[in-house]
Design a protein around this ligand. Structure first.
Ligand code: TRP
Length: 342
């Protein structure tokens, strides 16, 4: 059963262009998303992976920055193994049907859904904390964000949307909107999507022990040179105990981060060395560095290639959009026919 769960299913993921990912993004989001897509394809399912650049403009207004971030994210996914011949790989902004579908969905989206959406609520909370008016600096793009996301999902008859915890609510909103439209017209105009939230996906610790996150400034970069990776790894917090003192590996942050990337044998080696007082902090940091560089070096090389030959990537994205568009077009037509009684 389990092994054929993707047969005839459409799996769709959107990624916001956010610039170069760190180790936590890579292990916690990018790698599992690409693997899941491959699994779906191998079972006869379909896989959509797109860059949510319309979502990005709510926060980023500098075209040069936006363009660079979009380029980076496209190259990263290709470098990490996404196959644009097998998956549908495109930019959201290359599919004009998406904003059209969004407009129709608005008419079926209770405003209350948007009030409750967590991205909006988080922005309001932040304003309150800063003593500003609730809606200070909040644009309609951010406010209506879940409806655009619903269009992304519903346009392609998606069955499964793999998400992080923060996106579960958005998929539920998409499902509710689709359900309301189907109920109103008495037929299945839109496929009801489900989310897939993987509890087992790694949450990687950062170099200060908190969750690795750009906003904490505690990341291990990946798509930079070895020197930058080394610098971050050698800044991982350690204590001043001498090497000879036997240590509990579970109290050592380097070991904690190593867990997310090392093989069981490598992990055993570091654990034993710490317990027996045979490995110093410098040594184990080098072990971690080797593991990180080893994991990323091929992808990094491909990434650098794609960034230097972006015209090739641009072509792939346009081909992907051409492949995806007819599906979105068909959905839009179904909706318009029903809504306008054509
Ligand atoms: N909101 C998602 C995020 O911030 C990105 C996204 C946009 C998305 N549209 C989507 C994800 C559709 C899944 C499906 O990560």
């Amino acid at each position: 059963m389990e092994s054929f769960m993707f047969e005839n299913k459409t799996v769709l993921t959107g990624v916001k262009p956010t610039g170069k990912p760190h180790l936590g993004n890579y292990l916690g989001a990018i790698k599992p998303a690409i693997e899941l897509g491959k699994e779906a394809l191998s079972q006869g399912g379909k896989h959509y992976m797109f860059i949510a650049d319309y979502h990005a403009i709510n926060a980023e207004k500098n075209p040069a920055v936006l363009n660079e971030m979009t380029k980076e994210i496209a190259c990263i996914y290709l470098a990490c193994g996404l196959d644009p011949k097998k998956s549908y790989f495109y930019r959201q902004s290359d599919i004009p049907e998406i904003p059209e579908i969004t407009t129709i969905l608005y008419a079926y989206t209770p405003k209350g859904f948007m009030n409750k959406a967590h991205a909006y609520k988080a922005a309001v909370d932040k304003n309150r904390e800063a003593g500003k008016p609730d809606d200070d600096g909040i644009n309609m793009g951010l406010y209506t964000y879940p409806t655009l996301m619903a269009a992304d999902i519903l346009a392609y008859d998606s069955d499964i949307v793999p998400v992080g915890k923060d996106q579960v609510q958005h998929v539920e909103i998409a499902r509710d909107i689709a359900g309301a439209i189907n109920a109103h017209y008495g037929k299945e105009l839109l496929k009801l999507p489900t989310y897939r939230f993987d509890e087992n996906v790694a949450v990687v610790a950062g170099i200060d022990g908190r969750k690795m996150s750009k906003s904490y400034g505690n990341v291990i970069p990946l798509f930079e040179d070895d020197k930058a990776i080394k610098k971050a790894i050698f800044s991982i917090k350690t204590d001043s105990r001498p090497m000879e003192e036997p240590k509990n590996p579970d109290e050592i942050l380097v070991y904690e981060i190593y867990k997310s990337i090392a093989t069981p044998e490598q992990l055993q080696e570091m654990g034993d060395g710490l317990r027996q007082g045979k490995l110093g902090y410098g040594y184990i940091k080098n072990m971690l560095l080797d593991a990180v560089v080893n994991e990323i070096k091929d992808a990094r090389e491909k990434y650098n290639y794609y960034m230097a030959h972006f015209n090739e990537v641009e072509e792939m994205l346009l081909e992907g959009a051409e492949k995806a568009r007819p599906v979105a077009k068909a959905t839009l037509k179904r909706l318009k026919d029903a809504v306008f009684g054509r």
